[in-house]
Design a binder for this molecule. Structure first.
Ligand code: UDP
Length: 240
C-alpha cells in the first residue's frame, strides 16, 4: 500500500534477554510497552508484523541440562514454555494499547493460545493483527532464532529483524572490548566463517538457504524497532 516502505511483512525476533531490560524481574514492562508502541506505529502504516519471542530471561534449556539429572529435551520443553509466558505478557501489553494480537504456540495449549496454523497466521497478518509465535519450533535442541528463521520462511515474511541489547554485529564483544567495531553489512558466509555470534548455525543457515536477510539492531535505542521495521538503516544487515 505504501510504496516507499522497504518491507511489507516482517518477522521481529525479540530475545528473552532483551525483554528483561534492566528489570530485576524477568520482564521489564517499559521494554514491552516500547515494543508495543513502536509496533503499533508501523502497523498503522500497513506493515504486517509477526513476532517470535525468546525465553532466555526465564529459562535456557542448554544451561540447565545436566543439572540434577535433567535431560536436555525436558530442559528445552521448560525453555519453550518460558517463551509462552513472554508471549502472553507481550500480547497483553499490545492489546492494552489497542493492537489486536494473536499468540500461536508451536505445541497445543488451546485454553491459552491458538495452535500454530500457518494459513491462519497469514490471515491474521492480512487483517492487520500482530501474530506472536511462541514455544519456538516446538522441538527440543532448537532455538527461537531458528524458529524466527523458520516462521519467516513459512509466512513469506521478507526479513528477520533481530532485536538485541547491542547495536549490531561487532568484530569483538563490545561489552568487554571498547575498541570492538560494528559491521554495517555482512554476508552469511562472513557470519559463519568468522564465527560471529549473531545466531546459531542452524538459524543463520536457514536464512541463507532461503535468502532471508537478517537485521541485527539494538532495541534499547528509542525508535529503533520502528526504524528497523520501516526498513531504515539501523544496526547490521546480513544478506547476500
Ligand atoms: N527452545 C527449544 N526449541 C525451540 C526454541 C526454544 O527447545 O525451537 C528452548 C531452549 O531450551 C531455549 C529456550 O527454549 O534455551 C529459550 O529460547 P532461546 O534460548 O532461543 O531464547 P532467547 O535466547 O531468544 O531469549
Amino acid at each position: 500500500s505504501t510504496p516507499s516502505l522497504k518491507w511489507r511483512r516482517v518477522l521481529l525476533k525479540v530475545s528473552g534477554e532483551a525483554l528483561a531490560g534492566d528489570h530485576a524481574q524477568n520482564i521489564d514492562p517499559k521494554v514491552t510497552m516500547s515494543i508495543a508502541r513502536e509496533v503499533a506505529a508501523v502497523t498503522r502504516l500497513g506493515i504486517e508484523v509477526a513476532i517470535v519471542v525468546g525465553g532466555g530471561n526465564i529459562f535456557r534449556g542448554a544451561s540447565w541440562a545436566g543439572s540434577s539429572g535433567l535431560d536436555r529435551s525436558s530442559a528445552d520443553y521448560i525453555g519453550m514454555l518460558a517463551t509462552v509466558m513472554n508471549a502472553i505478557y507481550l500480547q497483553a501489553t499490545m492489546e492494552s494499547i489497542g493492537i489486536p494480537t494473536r499468540v500461536q504456540t508451536a505445541f497445543r495449549m488451546s485454553e491459552v493460545a491458538e495452535p500454530y496454523i500457518r494459513r491462519r497466521a497469514v490471515r491474521h497478518l492480512e487483517k492487520g493483527r500482530v501474530v506472536i509465535f511462541a514455544a519456538g519450533t516446538g522441538n527440543p535442541f532448537f532455538t527461537t532464532d531458528t524458529a524466527a528463521a523458520l516462521r519467516c520462511a513459512e509466512i513469506n515474511a521478507e526479513v528477520v529483524l533481530k532485536a538485541t541489547n547491542v547495536d549490531g554485529v561487532f568484530d569483538d564483544d563490545p561489552r568487554h572490548n571498547p575498541n570492538a567495531r560494528i559491521f554495517d553489512t555482512l554476508t552469511y558466509q562472513e557470519v559463519t566463517s568468522k564465527d560471529l555470534s549473531v545466531m546459531d548455525m542452524t538459524a543463520i543457515t536457514l536464512c541463507q538457504e532461503n535468502n532471508i536477510p537478517v537485521v541485527v539492531f539494538n532495541l534499547n535505542q528509542p525508535g529503533n524497532i520502528a526504524k528497523a521495521i520501516k526498513g531504515e538503516r539501523v544496526g547490521t544487515l546480513i544478506g547476500g
